[in-house]
Design a binder for this molecule. Structure first.
Ligand code: SF4
Length: 474
């Protein structure tokens, strides 16, 4: 394993990201040296007036002399290190030296698939996907105004904890004492914010966790109050994640529809009962079919289903069965995730050997079949520790894309978020982005909801995108 000596620059994050891609150990970052494991190879990464060079004691050398060259220096440093490690290890990765979570941002700069391939060593298939997803994103961006505000409400409770989960979500069965107080705290946070500043969102996304986790009576009270806060009679995009079929009742879905919810997410992840049981999801494929039929009968405009490629114990045949069955149901949106196992996930400790088997083949299959079935990719992001270096892609029948998803990923619009662990984002006129974190622990959040609202009102004070005055007038 190598250590990388930095000369004339301090791009420690880019270097660490590339090292982490090739070696599972966490890089140790020193002032001018980054090491992974027991260093047996020394790599030198130099930035000087003459350009950027990367070389090894063993004689491998990579140089960009036309500095500043085609790429910004931090990306050129990554690209050269990737090329050296590719030779040293014989390994390559589908997204090449792109280690960030938003490849479409780079694809937009690159303009062509060829540039992505030559500048970042992205595989031809991924370059094609990135450019297609960028076009999909751009179709949605063209409908948005710079001043549009997007609203997120987080419900970090689930009926049980999935084995692959690394979110902050809590098992509602163990925390039922908190649910009612949490729902009240969210409403308190929103009302406190509204006393200080008006909120006029373009879209609302209620996510989690599992926002349908509340028992029926609490569910009715919470959602009637929540949506009363935000809209009167105008149509806005409202999405509710009804992700776990074991939390869905016809009464809940009917109420959401009556309250103006146009999009819901029903997420089986897989239609194998064996896998669902292993995931501790506490529902079956039949539960999903029933929930789906109910949602369809009630008449939501858009239903999204999330699937995961690379689940332990699944082979390509299992995944094909799941996707083909979902295609027969014909939801408007299908989102395909590559399994990501972060340290907090139960699976990460228990069955690492089966992690991510055949994920690449599953992802390729899903891309082909979804395209054939009239779905287009419209948002794409990557996570760390995903099966076989794959990505997550949202597909939609044209015209049914979720604007919130694109805005959230695009970093061009303000995101105002309520609820424990949620993150608000403010985009300044010069493109600068600042984040405002809400406390993560639900009990702490309940105690500090008013303070959180004031913190956010302060954070968005003197709204940089120019519509604050407009919103206050209304
Ligand atoms: S439903 Fe989602 S948030 Fe809840 S435990 Fe499962 S993966 Fe985590």
């Amino acid at each position: 394993m190598p250590s990388v000596i930095l000369i004339g620059h301090s791009f420690t994050y880019p270097i660490s990201d590339v090292l982490h891609l090739f070696y599972s150990a966490t890089p140790i970052v020193g002032e001018s040296c980054i090491t992974v494991g027991d260093p047996s190879v020394r790599i030198y990464s130099q930035l000087s007036d003459a350009g950027i060079s990367t070389w090894t004691d063993g004689g491998l050398r990579y140089t960009e002399t036309s500095f500043p060259g085609n790429l910004p220096p931090n990306r050129e440093v990554k690209r050269q290190l990737y090329a050296i490690l590719n030779v040293l290890t014989g390994r390559e990765y589908p997204w090449g030296s792109l280690t960030g979570i938003r490849p479409t941002q780079v694809a937009r700069e690159c303009l062509t698939e060829e540039n992505l391939i030559s500048q970042y060593f992205v595989s031809p298939k991924k370059a094609h996907l990135a450019v297609e997803a960028t076009k999909g994103e751009d179709r949605v961006f063209s409908r948005l105004l710079p001043e549009d505000l997007f609203l997120y409400v987080g419900i970090p409770f689930c009926p049980s904890r999935c084995a692959y989960c690394s979110f902050i979500s809590e098992d509602a069965g163990n925390r039922s004492d908190l649910l009612s107080a949490y729902a009240d705290a969210v409403l308190t946070e929103i009302r406190t914010y509204r006393e200080i500043s008006c909120i006029k969102p373009r879209a609302i996304y209620v996510g989690g966790g599992t926002p349908t986790v509340f028992p029926d009576e609490l569910f009715v009270r919470f959602y009637e109050d929540l949506f009363r806060e935000f809209y009167k009679d105008r149509e806005i995009e409202i999405t509710v994640e009804a992700g776990r079929p074991d939390t869905i009742t016809p009464r809940k879905l009917r109420l959401l529809k009556d309250l103006g919810v146009r999009r819901i997410c029903l997420n089986p992840q897989t239609l194998s009962d064996v896998t669902l049981k292993n995931l501790s999801r506490k529902h079956t494929a039949d539960d999903f079919y029933r929930a789906y039929a109910c949602a369809k009968e009630i008449g939501f405009e858009v239903i999204n289903t999330d699937l995961i490629a690379g689940l332990p114990g699944e082979d390509i045949g299992t995944f094909e069965h799941t996707l083909e069955t979902i295609l027969q149901l014909a939801p408007q949106n299908i989102t395909v995730h590559a399994l990501s196992l972060k340290r907090k996930a139960k699976y990460a400790a228990e069955i690492p050997d089966s992690f991510g088997a055949s994920a690449e083949a599953m992802i390729e299959f899903s891309h082909r079949r979804l395209k054939e079935s009239g779905y287009l990719p419209y948002y794409l992001y990557r996570q760390k520790s995903t099966a076989e270096g794959q990505e997550n892609t949202g597909y939609a029948k044209p015209g049914t894309e979720c604007e919130y998803n694109v805005a959230m990923m695009g970093d061009r619009h303000n995101i105002l978020s309520f609820g424990a662990g949620s993150m608000s984002k403010r985009i300044f006129a010069n493109g600068r982005l600042e984040r405002c974190q809400t406390v993560r622990n639900p009990e702490e959040y309940i105690a500090r909801a008013v303070e959180m609202a004031r913190r956010k009102a302060e954070f968005f004070a003197d709204d940089p995108v120019g519509n604050r005055e407009e919103r206050i007038k209304e």
